[in-house]
Design a protein around this ligand. Structure first.
Ligand code: HEM
Length: 168
């Protein structure tokens, strides 16, 4: 993690954003269980009513955070992949973008179908896959500089060592 500069912060913000997204999702899933509705119109009315309980009012926040975090991750992962020499990083960035778009579609389907259990499971599975892919993407980005440094140190032990690589 040392000497990763802005890359590390870019990844930490993305990871924190997906964490916040998952937390709001878990709370609204609880709200859907505690306050079930029979029609989409009734659910939307609940969403905007000022006297609705907290988990219901959060229903508008969850997709909004999803869109902001989605654009942020697309931008940051695209940028980092563009400047990375590691093909694995590009593969993870592509997978992340594809999974995020699928998850946005699954979220919309969840709302339209009034969150049946099978759709909740699909949404939860995609959320896990987004998280796993983001962690793998972050790990491969943070490792790329280290691998390059290891090769440089091996070729020329007294030469450049960009991230302060040591054998230990
Ligand atoms: C793209 C990133 C998204 C992620 C990572 C995400 C993540 C999650 C998570 C972890 C849950 C809790 C699931 C559970 O505990 O059962 C959840 C619930 C939910 N999300 Fe999302 N979500 C995303 C996008 C969206 C969008 C765009 C919408 C709506 C347009 C949406 C609508 C819902 C609804 C209605 C629930 C409650 C029902 C359920 O449990 O599936 N989500 N989300």
């Amino acid at each position: 993690m040392r000497r990763q500069g802005i890359t590390l912060w870019g990844l930490v913000i993305g990871l924190a954003g997906v964490l916040a997204l998952g937390m709001t999702g878990a709370i609204i899933a609880l709200g859907d269980t505690l306050y079930p509705t029979n029609t989409l119109a009734e659910a939307l009315q609940q969403d905007i009513a000022i006297d609705s309980p907290f988990p219901i009012r959060l229903r508008l926040w969850h997709p909004s955070i999803a869109i902001i975090v989605g654009f942020y991750l697309l931008f940051v992962s695209g940028l980092l992949a563009m400047f990375s020499s590691n093909p694995q990083v590009r593969r993870y960035a592509l997978a992340l973008a594809a999974l995020f778009v699928m998850q946005l579609a699954a979220g919309v389907a969840n709302v339209l179908l009034l969150a049946p259990v099978w759709m909740q499971l699909v949404h939860l599975l995609l959320a896990d896959l987004v998280w796993i892919t983001l962690v793998l993407f972050s790990a491969s980005i943070l490792n790329t500089g280290r691998e390059t440094a290891a090769v440089l140190v091996e070729i020329n032990p007294s030469g450049p060592n960009p991230v302060g690589f040591s054998e230990r």
